[in-house]
Design a protein around this ligand. Sequence first.
Ligand SMILES: Nc1ncnc2c1ncn2[C@@H]1O[C@H](COP(=O)(O)OP(=O)(O)OP(=O)(O)O)[C@@H](O)[C@H]1O
Length: 359
Amino acid sequence: MTLHSLSLAQFRSWAKLDLHIDTRPMAFHGPNGAGKTNILEAISMLSPGRGLRGVQPADQARQGPDAGWRIRARIDESDVETGARPNASREVSIDGKAAPQIALGRLMRVIWLTPTMDRLWSDAPEVRRRFLDRITLSFLPAHAEETLTYDKAMRERNRLLRDQIADAGWYRAIEAQMAQSGAEITRNRQAAIAALITAQDGAATAFPAATLTLLAGEGHADDADPVSIAERLAAMRGRDMAAGRSLSGPHRADLGAHWGPQDMPAALSSTGEQKALLLSLILANARALQDESPVLLLDEVAAHLDADRRAALYDEITALPAQSFLTGTGAELFTDFGPRARLIEITRDGPGSIATERD
Ligand SMILES: Nc1ncnc2c1ncn2[C@@H]1O[C@H](COP(=O)(O)OP(=O)(O)OP(=O)(O)O)[C@@H](O)[C@H]1O
């Protein structure tokens, strides 16, 4: 899939922006607060969910005129539009027809790396689980439906638990649904991890490969087996009722990562090593998706790499059949690209952002 153009209206610092996009990496440079990340965030909104900042749609509307925001894009042969009116949820249309957000995931695969992900390995399991689910979604768009089904059933079970309802029949029906979707979610995650491992193996990359494992959050039951999940949920009803929520299941899973000759847990590695590991996974994700020609968003990644790694990153992303978008404060961060990338300077004019392309 190819992103051909992007237009923004009233999106964060952008009153208006029209970008023609080709297959070369695009590097946005300019001072802090100029509006570079806002462009990457807009591109991330061409996938299901809340985008790379994970905020409510109302926060993305440009301050001032209360008219909502709009993003238009040409993806392959389709005209895609998304946006939100004031105080309303996000809408999506494809070729003029209203579509669910999930449809975006089938149209284009978007992967991102932002500075807020730097603490991934030392953060709570939930953060790694969301990271893994996003990667899983990039391989298997149907993962979104499965997660929604599971979450709905779990909310229902939690309501019964909180209300101290003891009717075993109700629990059985809901737990059967959780077991079915939960096992599917685990299998999807396992498949995503396997795809990442394959994409790391044998790749000529300057970034370290990791040994990845899917960790069950609680107990040692097989979360890929619906019977095992259902049995555990039934056995745990008493304890879950005391807690008022479901304490075990695929919604408690975690992503483990070890690397290097000493098989070092990622959380114990240095800041720079953790960043390199993360970048390695993101590049493996893009490599594994090359048939889909994904979109790769790298926010302020260049500034944190030494010169050799930076040059290696640019070689790798230029060779990938992906469309890449990068940000950094200075144009000098991107000189190693040479003519392989398009450099676009982003500046501020009062409250609004301006984009100027260099020849
Ligand atoms: N809803 C909004 N309406 C108007 N301006 C906004 C809105 N949300 C954020 N901004 C402005 O956008 C700017 C931040 O933009 P962005 O994060 O894209 O900057 P950046 O160029 O990536 O900067 P940095 O190099 O510091 O990361 C800030 O000045 C902020 O005030």
